[in-house]
Design a protein. Sequence first.
Length: 316
Amino acid sequence: MNLSIVIPLLNEEESLEELYRWITKVMAENAYTYEVIFIDDGSTDGSWNIISKLAQQDTAVKGIKFFTNYGKSQALHAGFEKAQGDVIITMDADLQDSPDEIPELYSLIKNQGFDLVSGWKKKRYDAKLTKNLPSKVFNWAAKKTSGVKLHDFNCGLKAYQKKVIKNIEVSGEMHRYIPVLAKNAGFKKIGEKVVIHQARKYGTTKFGMERFINGFLDLITIWFISKFGKRPMHLFGALGVLMFFIGSASAIYIGISKLYKVYAHEKAILVTDNPWFYIALTTMIIGTQLFLAGFLGEIVLRTKNNEQRYKIDEII
């Protein structure tokens, strides 16, 4: 099979049939063998009924329905698990991503050997103050922090080699950082393609300003995971040793100071009246806790299991 097209969605009943017709038109023009996988992330409208109807009409249409809204990352994870195509395309269901981009994305993966190609919506039709400007700031920070030179991490239109999506773990809200996850997994040939961004035709956006706050928090998380995810002791252990050293040095200073004053027959203050006593005590406790955090991190890393983060109601 040439292509798997993975489409997560939430309450997009108005756009689904039009999107389906558009995709099938592009597939027929290019003689691709393909499957379209819709992941209904807890829609409360008639989206699932439409997906079911399309699946009855066309065996290339597959569907996964979640019990409730678990988030785009979980929807993509479920779609990636089911996908069988040599090349996987992800796109949003709101018609803002153009299926006409698929042939060139497919060619970049199949013929030019890219592991992953991310869309870049260079010209956007979003409101500049509420989405466009914050998105630019976010993308700049993501690029600087992750080292992945992309202009648009948020673009849902992406293409992957099958081995990429089968070897990365998309969880939490990490769908924005799939290129970073791929890079961390060892896939180095990551490209970018300018794609058409279309104005929303139906409904309203499902993402508000909070997605940028969450995005920056996730950026910190993925930076930490990239640096220390496989060796937490390197961070917590090093900080713990440093803090314990400061505490020990402070304790030694208190002891030497006390002994010196006793030897010199000077009036010595109580140890508990010396502010260095509390500095030593606090830093030694913090150092011990950090060291234990490193050990616990190593234990969790070696004993973790892949807990299912979503519940599937129905599959077609």
